[in-house]
Design a protein around this ligand. Sequence first.
Ligand code: HEC
Length: 82
Amino acid sequence: MLQSDSKGDNGEEIYMTYCKSCHGKKGSLGIGGAAKLTKSELSLDERIEIISNGKGKMTGFGALLSKKEVKAVAKFTETFTK
Ligand code: HEC
């Protein structure tokens, strides 16, 4: 389970579990109008907000993931633009 989060940085694992289906392994898939994460210019806080509460067709993950997990996966999405 993802609960075993002692390292506090399992963002990649969370992404591959919950986000890949729409955003793709490299963040550029864009299924169902999913934003291309490779082109995102959002700040970390804005990502955290969208990941927690959702936006448009993307459902929020605030109920499913802990704050720490949301932050970890938000940080992971930043790696796509680099
Ligand atoms: C059901 C498909 C779906 C899933 C699953 C999904 N997303 Fe999204 N995501 C979208 C869509 C669609 C948008 C565009 C929302 C809009 O702008 O209306 C979006 C937008 C975003 C954005 C904003 C990007 C930008 O620049 O506007 C981020 C960040 C993001 N998603 C991260 C994630 C993360 C992290 C996960 C997994 C925890 C995830 N998404 C899971 C569909 C999805």
